[in-house]
Design a protein around this ligand. Structure first.
Ligand SMILES: *Cc1c(COP(=O)(O)O)cnc(C)c1O
Length: 370
């Protein structure tokens, strides 16, 4: 392989620069830079239409959106969540003074295992925060049933799940709230950005207050809110990105199909189950390097890097292994045996709209030839 090149696990999708200029001119003319400006309003409306949801509140990033979602529902005490995610999922709980309770994942989907949730519920449990990991839908119906039985709220970290559908519509309609991230590395990006999908207008009003310091009008403050507002610059970029999203998703799918086809039959490599046509957004291409592969996951990771290919071990280490979490009783490895094994085997391969198919061929040949 060409050792000069560097292929990363993802490369942000950017629309043609010249198409962004007219948006900037409008911002410069109006001098309306933030605080629910015209592009912000338009993007909320367009995203509701595109995603097929009723109400969206835009945010400066996904992490502030997660923190605010917990505030909006007044979540306290303990929240059941997955250790197999990006660290922001659990950090949003700590920022609210909430104790995370880690529950193991399902070995097929790598999402929170609904069978293991009930055993972790205590009198202090107030909510469940699952993650649609890699954009693969959680067991939403079973999770809702448990939540209903125990009177718990459900907040989905849907950072990976932009445009993901199930048989009846957007995956984002499940639970009490769903949170999206529009970070540069995600399927749909506004450089930095995020959103909360709300079930009704009343909840959106409260969330809009919380993301604007708790202000209601000029002289009234009703809650200790935060500054979570998305700027006009980011909202304008989002509007332009939306014009290209279908193209970007289609290209991701082609790459996904090629990987899957070319890695079929490579001994010791398991491609994570396909979420299925229509459902998936192909945000990640995830393989598990099993014990019968000739070298370890970490050796494969290093050899790919030495050859200019930079995959990522999403998610390794587990959140529960970080210093601020590992003292929790639920963080014990014995409690999280499926997640522990997955984190030792997982490798996410490069996938993004501009990735050349010849690079996919190179990567799969390299993996098959170890
Ligand atoms: C990206 C991500 C976040 C954080 O989103 P930001 O927009 O970067 O703050 C949270 N959870 C998961 C699972 C993510 O992948």
């Amino acid at each position: 392989m060409d050792t000069e090149k560097k292929i990363y696990v993802t490369q942000p999708f950017l629309p043609p620069l010249e198409e962004f200029i007219p948006y900037l001119e409008k911002i410069w003319e109006s001098k309306w830079l933030t605080n629910a400006g015209p592009f912000h309003k338009q993007l909320e409306k367009k995203l509701c239409e595109y995603l097929g949801v009723g109400h969206i509140a835009l945010f400066t990033n996904g992490t502030i959106a997660l923190i605010t979602a917990l505030q909006a529902l007044r979540i306290t005490g303990e929240v059941i969540t997955t250790p197999y995610s990006f660290v922001a999922t659990s950090h949003s709980l700590l920022w609210n003074g909430i104790k995370p309770v880690f529950v193991d994942i399902d070995p097929l989907t790598l999402n929170l295992d609904p069978d293991k949730i009930e055993a972790a519920i205590t009198p202090h449990t107030t909510a469940i925060m699952p993650v649609h990991c890699y954009g693969h839908p959680c067991g939403v119906e079973r999770i809702q049933k448990i939540a209903d039985n125990y009177n718990l709220k459900v907040i989905y970290d849907a950072s990976h799940a932009f445009a993901v559908q199930d048989a009846k519509g957007s995956i984002l309609r499940h639970g009490d709230l769903s949170v999206l991230s529009f970070h540069a590395t995600k399927v749909f990006n506004t450089f930095e950005g995020g959103a909360i999908v709300c079930p009704n207008a009343r909840t959106k009003v409260r969330i809009d207050q919380l993301k604007n310091f708790g202000h209601v009008g000029e002289v009234t403050v009703v809650a200790p809110g935060i500054n979570g507002k998305m700027s006009e610059f980011n909202a304008a970029l989002g509007l332009l990105q939306l014009k290209y999203i279908d193209q970007a998703l289609a290209r991701r799918k082609e790459i996904h199909v090629a990987y899957r086809e070319q890695l079929k039959g490579v001994k010791g490599i398991r491609c994570l189950n396909d979420a299925g046509e229509k459902i998936a957004n192909y945000a990640y291409f995830t393989i598990l390097v099993k014990a019968d592969y000739p070298i370890s996951r970490d050796d494969l990771y290093q050899r790919l890097k030495d050859n200019g290919i930079h995959p990522r071990r999403y998610f390794y280490p587990l959140i529960s292994d970080f210093p601020m979490y590992r003292g929790l009783p639920s963080a014990h490895r014995e409690n999280l045996s499926v997640a522990t094994v997955a984190s030792q085997q997982v490798l996410c391969l490069p996938i993004y709209p501009d990735l050349d198919m010849s690079v996919v061929d190179e990567i799969t040949r390299f993996i098959a030839s170890q």
